[in-house]
Design a protein around this ligand. Sequence first.
Ligand SMILES: *[C@@H]1O[C@H](CO)[C@@H](O)[C@H](O)[C@H]1NC(C)=O
Ligand SMILES: *[C@@H]1O[C@H](CO)[C@@H](O)[C@H](O)[C@H]1NC(C)=O
Ligand SMILES: *[C@@H]1O[C@H](CO)[C@@H](O)[C@H](O)[C@H]1NC(C)=O
Ligand SMILES: [Cu+2]
Length: 223
Amino acid sequence: MLSMLQLLRAIPTFLILRFFLIFGNFHNAEARNRHYKWEVKNEYRSPDCFKKLVITINGITPGPTIQAQEGDTVVVQVNNTLITENLSIHWHEIRQIGTPWFDGTEGVTQCPILPGGTFIYQFVVDRPGTYLYHAQYGMQREAGLYGLIRVAPRDPEPFTYDFDRSIILNDWYYKSTYEQAAGLFNCSKSPSLSTDVCDISKCSPFIQTAIPGKTYRLRIGSK
Ligand SMILES: *[C@@H]1O[C@H](CO)[C@@H](O)[C@H](O)[C@H]1NC(C)=O
Ligand SMILES: *[C@@H]1O[C@H](CO)[C@@H](O)[C@H](O)[C@H]1NC(C)=O
Ligand SMILES: *[C@@H]1O[C@H](CO)[C@@H](O)[C@H](O)[C@H]1NC(C)=O
Ligand SMILES: [Cu+2]
């Protein structure tokens, strides 16, 4: 008797679940808006054991990965919480058809986002693939202000894999980017992986483990 009652109670839940499953599938076929809220600020980080002032988005560098599907509209509210620096963000290889003012080229297609200011970028990702976004102001990109945009295709992918991994290549200096800017991308100022600057026994560089027999998709971002 009790189990019958539980079954009856479960029916509405089941129906609601079904409804969402159907609704979810239906929704997937349509272009959607992908909303992001970012807070950009200066913080201390030591990704390879060397502590330095970096620029984070919502506390992390590289910044959050934007996930969307072909044809979706990406909406990113960017709050500039840097104390003294202007800011703008470029969405690399996104064509900005009909929205050139969201391309992020500071001083050309937009005024910079002033310290304490907010700007909402809104653009369509019309082609599937993996893209980069990065700061387009000063050397903020080298200070950590960059990340990935993953745009899934509408049609199923023609290949299968067990894991989907991303690697972004970016310049990284131990001197602050303000000092570094004086020598303008002077490579002889970049660090080596010697133990005097980085104790590898305590803090290794990035390692990607792999399980034998599994297929990995690697998305590599660089510019
Ligand atoms: C960004 O700034 C707007 C306007 O000042 C504010 O409403 C919002 O809460 C801020 N968002 C974040 C993530 O700090
Ligand atoms: C920030 O941008 C404003 C408007 O373009 C400009 O007047 C100001 O000089 C810039 N500030 C810095 C520190 O570059
Ligand atoms: C690059 O940095 C090195 C070492 O600090 C310095 O000797 C050299 O003059 C710099 N080159 C330029 C073009 O600034
Ligand atoms: Cu770019």
